[in-house]
Design a protein around this ligand. Structure first.
Ligand code: GAR
Length: 216
């Protein structure tokens, strides 16, 4: 059996995605194992979810550091102490320095609540409604120096109905996030998902500009 893939999860908030990973990946035969959860906020509920699941937690308060470079250097040290094969951002609301992103090149994933490259940044559900879009969704991508950029791995598409509000869209999108993030982590852990100079590939086939597309 191939070696198990150790994963460090970074988060700042509720940890709904972390919970989905715990539920999906914490069985004996899983190819991935979450070895630590690190938060920049001591009050993040995600830390409680991790502790309940018996996962090591660590808090690194960004306000205690003078600037991004110093914080990211400390963050790298904290992460690397766990020697993970993969680092995943799960609602980690920090802009990362180029040095941090380069350090984890090819083994750093993020999830974002929109069909990237549409709607980078915040308030994606409201912006989709304001634009009158018929479809919305979420994206898992490898992280590069561009905020919410980087080669796409998998996207889940949901339809926008007339009665949708930012809250109902958030609910629909979160439910899909909780399916596609564990899926992408499994692919990586099984050695099926890779990043090279041509972009992201699954089973040796280029994933193309939208990544693997799933319509629920
Ligand atoms: C998720 O919806 C994720 O897509 C978003 O933060 C939320 C965290 O929820 N991330 C971003 O907006 C990154 N640009 P969670 O704490 O319940 O997993």
């Amino acid at each position: 059996m191939p070696q198990r893939c150790d994963v460090v999860v970074l988060l700042s908030g509720t940890g709904g995605n972390l919970q989905a990973m715990i539920d999906s990946l914490h069985e004996r035969a899983s190819p991935a194992r979450i070895c630590a959860v690190i938060s920049n906020r001591a009050d993040a509920f995600g830390l409680e979810r991790a502790a309940r699941a018996g996962i090591a937690t660590h808090v690194l308060d960004h306000t205690a550091y003078e600037g991004r470079e110093a914080f990211d250097a400390a963050l790298i040290q904290a992460i690397d102490a766990f020697q993970p094969a993969l680092v995943v951002l799960a609602g980690f609301m920090r802009i990362l320095t180029p040095g941090f992103v380069r350090h984890y090149h090819g083994r750093l994933l993020n999830i974002h609540p929109s069909l990237l490259p549409l709607y980078k940044g915040l308030h994606t559900h409201q912006r989709v409604l304001d634009a009158g879009d018929a479809e919305h969704g979420c994206s898992v991508h490898f992280v590069t120096e561009e905020l919410d950029g980087g080669p796409l791995v998998v996207q889940a598409v949901v339809s926008v109905e007339l009665h949708d509000t930012p809250a109902t869209l958030a609910q629909k999108v979160h439910a899909r996030e909780h399916l596609i993030y564990p899926l992408a982590i499994r692919w990586f852990a099984e050695g099926r998902l890779t990043l090279d100079e041509h972009g992201a590939s699954l089973d040796g086939e280029p994933l193309g500009p939208s990544g693997h597309l799933i319509r629920y």
